[in-house]
Design a protein around this ligand. Structure first.
Ligand code: FAD
Length: 407
């Protein structure tokens, strides 16, 4: 849609093809319905893929300032929210001032209509062929399987921005990837990213609890990466932004998660704190020891593990009990069963290898065929980085098409 608007503004004849009933179905559900469309903090570490240096060069051409300016040209004013708790202080998340992803999507549609950009919905692209310097893009009405009502559109350039495999109910069903692979373009292994993490432990008693803490991914007793933020418990899963960030890095079913709900205290400091709390609350029932410190369900879950006598008061808690509470809350170990599938993921890790494309995202082996967005082998962490990539890559591809047509 961004490329279509830019091409329309440059006076090109454009046709946008979409197999859903409307455009931007996924865009309309981003950021919990608020659309976190970019982030003022940009660094190569915010992106993943086989050639993040190449990806980042593309981001630098059309970074947050340019994205904000472009969206303002569609009437979308930015609302900048400072980093989430425990974030890098430089992180500034950008949303539309209306905090509405639906508004954001509509702004593109209004501009496309005003520019008289031709667009057709409910048309499934089932083939792209290049003959004598011209592309034939074959479509069939969505939902039909045979070619009775097939129709081909001719074009000098084609830009494919059909998404990856994540959230297929929004339209990104991988159909274009099959077509791309058939034309000999290499695609890396694709896995779900930014998704929940399923645990072997049954966490039913914690389901629905949300708590701030540190979550680390461990492998062979070594922490190899950690995230801090709001951790959400499900029946047999953990989610929330820090868990989703880690999910992208899980590749071994034997990995462990280590959850720390005293992330700002050392082991000794946690013990000292618990001892001081024992002194302060000495007349209270032991069953209330963690009330007011953790969500009630979580406190009850921890104390249940100690199997304390009902009549016990806080001052009767032994140092050994405090040590167990510390271990359960500072070193909570969960065994990873698997990560959420594509249906549960926000983004796809992997895709068309950037090495198959020129620096302006044209297929090296099919001139005139361009790619943008999640279909490429680049994904971002949470925080507006995936839309930043989608916009920057679309800008890069369409600018080159515009330049070639104006030559
Ligand atoms: C729940 C959720 C929340 C998210 N929140 C954020 C967020 O806040 N910030 C952020 O930066 N990122 C977010 N993302 C990720 C971001 O939305 C995607 O990375 C981004 O939309 C990718 O853009 P795209 O244009 O490459 O693909 P898509 O948005 O998937 O669009 C591809 C389009 O191509 C169409 N299509 C596919 N195949 C065909 C075909 N054969 N014929 C015709 N049409 C076809 C699809 O129907 C679809 O409309 C979120 C994702 C999800 C699922």
């Amino acid at each position: 849609m961004l490329a279509a608007v830019m091409a329309g503004r440059a006076g090109l004849s454009v046709l946008v093809l979409e197999h859903n009933d409307s455009y931007g179905k996924k865009l309309s559900v981003t950021g919990n319905g608020k659309c976190n469309y970019t982030n003022l903090y940009q660094s190569i570490e915010c992106y993943r893929g086989s050639d993040t240096e190449a990806s980042f060069k593309i981001i630098q051409k059309f970074g947050p300032d340019k994205i904000i300016d472009f969206m303002r040209s569609l009437g979308i004013e930015p609302y900048k929210r400072c980093g989430r708790e425990f974030d890098d202080a430089r992180k500034v998340y950008v949303y539309p001032a209306s905090e509405s992803a639906a508004d954001f999507t509509e702004a593109f549609q209004v501009e496309m209509n005003a520019l008289k950009v031709k667009h057709k919905t409910r048309l499934h692209v089932c083939g792209i062929e290049k003959k004598e310097g011209c592309f034939n893009v074959t479509t069939i009405p969505s939902g039909e399987e045979d070619m009775t009502n097939a129709f081909s559109y001719k074009s000098r350039f084609v830009l494919v921005s059909a998404g990856g495999l994540a959230a297929p109910e929004t339209g990104s069903d991988g159909s274009m990837l099959k077509i791309v692979k058939n034309s000999g373009i290499k695609v890396s292994k694709m896995t779900p990213a930014l998704t929940k993490i399923y645990t072997k432990e049954n966490l039913q008693n914690l389901a629905g609890v949300r708590m701030t803490g540190k979550i680390s991914l461990m492998h062979e007793e070594r922490v190899y990466t950690k995230e801090v933020g709001e951790i959400q418990f499900g029946t047999k899963a953990v989610s929330g932004i820090p868990a989703m960030q880690l999910s992208s890095l899980i590749n071994d079913r034997n990995d462990l998660l280590l959850l720390d709900f005293f992330p700002n205290m050392s082991d000794n400091e946690t013990m000292t704190y618990l001892e001081e709390r024992r002194r302060r609350l000495k007349w209270h029932p032991a069953a209330s020891f963690l009330k007011g410190l953790f969500p009630p369900k979580f406190g009850a879950y921890i104390l249940e593990k100690l199997a304390l006598k009902k009549s016990l008061t806080v001052d009767e808690l032994k140092i050994d009990d405090l040590s167990k509470i510390k271990d359960l809350t500072k070193y909570m170990l969960l065994h990873i069963d698997k990560k959420g599938d594509f249906g549960e993921a926000q983004v796809t890790h992997g895709g068309i290898l950037l090495s198959e494309c020129t620096k302006n995202l044209e297929a090296k082996n099919v001139s005139g065929l361009y790619f943008a967005g999640e279909i490429l082998d680049t994904d971002g962490i949470c925080g507006g980085y995936n839309l930043t990539w989608a916009f920057a890559s679309a800008y890069t591809a369409i600018q080159e098409i515009i330049n070639k047509l104006h030559e």
